[in-house]
Design a protein around this ligand. Structure first.
Ligand SMILES: Nc1ncnc2c1ncn2[C@@H]1O[C@H](COP(=O)(O)OP(=O)(O)OP(=O)(O)O)[C@@H](O)[C@H]1O
Ligand SMILES: [Mg+2]
Length: 324
């Protein structure tokens, strides 16, 4: 049955009110029981954990407010993220800025009563897989508001002449239902040098976006994300309350991502220095995926133990996926 370490971990996580950790350890106890041939007990524990997790999800979800309808449905997709900022590995500078934004948002009634605007317009700049989309989810999860993602292809390619009108629909929605509105791949509208044949149209769209952005007095968060800051019109940067830049993670952050992702596994044998150097230059997303690959192996071979070679192998596989 459960080892004494597992029992200690259960007690500690219960006392700290850390449900995530408690359930993770319970799963380890189930795996341990299964290995010792107590299959029925293992199954009972898993059923309990599944039920607890489903209950928590249901309790945490906000009441769905608005699902985009009609024309808006082709422009916005809605979700209710449960991601938290604490799920993310961030530089100190970025964390300070997001904490400040959340603090202002949570105290927005107080600020508004004094004629002060809480910050709510962010531009996120960084390479693929650096956590821009995850940031939008985490801010929505923290504030318990829906995340609306703008489907840019619906906005631009399909209805070239009508894009400004559609943009107005989006900004109307933004004023109607408070939420986090993510303008992903923002360079598609924010570009200085768009494809030559539609420069005029893109410019018109960009200008109306700037106007809407300036006039918008809603309580929603507007988050624009891009991989190509060099393609953005400098005029845009001034219209945001904050510009946050992401990069491939430095060693300490890469290590933290690996430790977080593998937190519920036995990693006592892992040579972290080797793992960190194998992760060098990979994005947060690639490092996460590699850890998940190693974790799946550990689950499937019933050891729940991750070795250096499995982890380094998975990291190298991610690297080759990009250079092949
Ligand atoms: N800072 C981070 N902390 C923890 N996990 C991260 C972080 N950044 C990325 N990840 C992991 O990588 C996945 C992909 O990241 P995300 O989609 O946010 O990247 P992105 O910057 O939006 O990339 P793209 O430019 O390709 O859209 C996340 O779902 C998460 O699992
Ligand atoms: Mg993204």
């Amino acid at each position: 049955m459960a080892t004494s370490d597992q029992i200690m971990a259960l007690i500690k996580s219960h006392l700290k009110d850390d449900d995530d950790r408690f359930l993770a350890v319970a799963i380890q106890v189930a795996a341990h029981a299964a290995r010792q041939g107590h299959g029925r007990v293992a199954e009972e524990i898993r059923v309990l954990v599944d039920k607890a997790e489903a209950d928590r999800k249901r309790a945490a979800r906000p009441v769905p407010i608005t699902t985009p309808r009609g024309e808006l449905a082709a422009l916005l997709s809605v979700s209710y993220p449960e991601t938290r900022l604490s799920d993310m590995v961030l530089t100190e500078a970025a964390r300070i800025r997001f904490d400040r934004l959340l603090r202002e948002q949570r105290g927005r009634q107080k600020l508004l009563a004094h004629g002060l605007e809480p910050r709510r317009k962010l531009l996120l700049v960084g390479p693929p897989g650096s956590g821009k989309t995850m940031t939008a989810s985490a801010l929505a999860g923290e504030l318990q508001v829906p995340l609306y993602t703008l489907l840019l292809h619906g906005l631009i390619t399909k209805f070239m002449g009508e894009t400004a009108a559609k943009l107005r629909l989006v900004f109307d929605a933004l004023a109607d239902s408070r939420g986090v509105y993510l303008f992903d791949e923002f360079d598609a509208i924010g570009g200085q040098r768009a494809a030559t044949n539609d420069v005029g149209e893109i410019r018109r769209v960009l200008n109306s976006f700037l106007q809407f952005l300036e006039q918008d007095a809603s309580s929603s968060l507007i988050i624009a994300a891009t991989n190509h800051p060099e393609a953005l019109d400098r005029a845009l940067f001034r219209r945001f309350d904050d510009v946050i830049e992401y990069d491939a993670p430095v060693d300490a952050l890469a290590l933290q991502i690996m430790r977080n992702t593998l937190a519920t596994f036995d990693t006592a044998e892992v040579d972290w220095d080797l793992a960190v150097s194998a992760a060098g230059g990979l994005s947060n997303a690639d490092i996460t995926r590699a850890c998940e690959l190693a974790a799946k192996e550990a689950v499937l071979d019933d050891t729940l133990t991750v070795s250096t070679s499995a982890l380094v192998g998975a990291l190298e596989e991610r690297r080759h996926a990009h250079t092949d």
